[in-house]
Design a binder for this molecule. Structure first.
Ligand code: PGA
Length: 251
């Protein structure tokens, strides 16, 4: 674990109706309040329909709330989309951008992710920008080229350690129960760190999260890897006890 204060982020994806979401977030806020200083930051990213409710029940706790996507425009004729300022207006402080499910389901390019990140920063949100290779790309030995390529285009000029978090999420490890080995994680995180240091004067201060089947049983060893500054957690963030155990492993 590096000296950077870790961030544990829960990506709820398209899960939870109000009752379950509010119960999960309240339970988390209660645990965080009871614990005092955790030694790490906690973020949950529910579907945008729940942000307002979740902000209300986590208010005053150490739990921050974020969105899972935003549009690149400030406002306008974009049916079904949500502007960064709208997330901020509800009390969200972060937004996940360029998640592989959005890159795959909505054909989001790294160029689009960069435009979204610029809009989010302008609206005062912190971005969690995701990068990661597919299984085929890894098998071809293209992992670092893919990740560096996504990073170079997705992360806008002017990004800082204060407004940007990077999440390395190998696509083949998301929701599959398969996790990258500590050696694989170390190699990619070191490469990301090197790129950030070349591009940004505070590149050694950016948080680089690992994501992809993080669970209580593997969180501690993953978090011990150099340049792993926290976790982006999908499935396990929907179970309060599992998510809490992961938080405790990161702290
Ligand atoms: P997972 O998802 O933890 O369910 O693998 C991670 C993510 O997609 O952010």
């Amino acid at each position: 674990m590096s000296q950077i204060r870790p961030l544990v982020a829960g990506n709820w994806k398209m899960n939870c109706l109000r009752t379950d979401g509010v119960a999960l977030a309240s339970g988390l806020a209660e645990k965080a309040n009871a614990k005092g200083d955790l030694g790490c930051d906690i973020l949950i990213c529910p579907p945008s329909t729940l942000i307002s409710d979740i902000v209300t029940v986590t208010d005053g706790s150490a739990v921050s709330v974020g969105g899972q996507d935003c549009h690149f425009a400030a406002s306008g004729a974009h049916t079904g989309d949500v502007a960064a300022s709208m997330l901020g207006d509800l009390g969200a402080s972060h937004v996940i951008l360029g998640h592989s499910e959005r890159r795959a389901d909505h054909a989001e390019s790294s160029t689009l992710v960069r435009l979204k990140a610029m809009a989010a920063h302008k609206a005062g949100l912190q971005t969690v920008i995701c990068v990661g290779e597919t299984e085929q790309e890894r098998d071809l030995g293209a992992t670092l080229a893919v990740v560096n390529g996504q990073l170079a285009v997705s992360v806008p000029e002017g990004s800082t350690a204060q407004n940007t978090v990077i999440a390395y999420e190998p696509v083949w490890a998301i929701g599959t129960g398969r996790t990258a080995s500590v050696t694989e994680v170390a190699e990619v995180h070191a490469a990301i760190r090197a790129e950030l240091k070349i591009r940004f004067t505070d590149g050694d201060g950016f948080r680089i999260l690992y994501g992809g089947s993080v669970k209580p049983s593997n969180a501690r060893e993953l978090m011990a890897v150099k340049d792993v500054d926290g976790a982006l957690v999908g499935g396990a963030s929907l179970k309060l006890d599992d998510f809490w155990q992961i938080i405790e492993s990161c702290a």
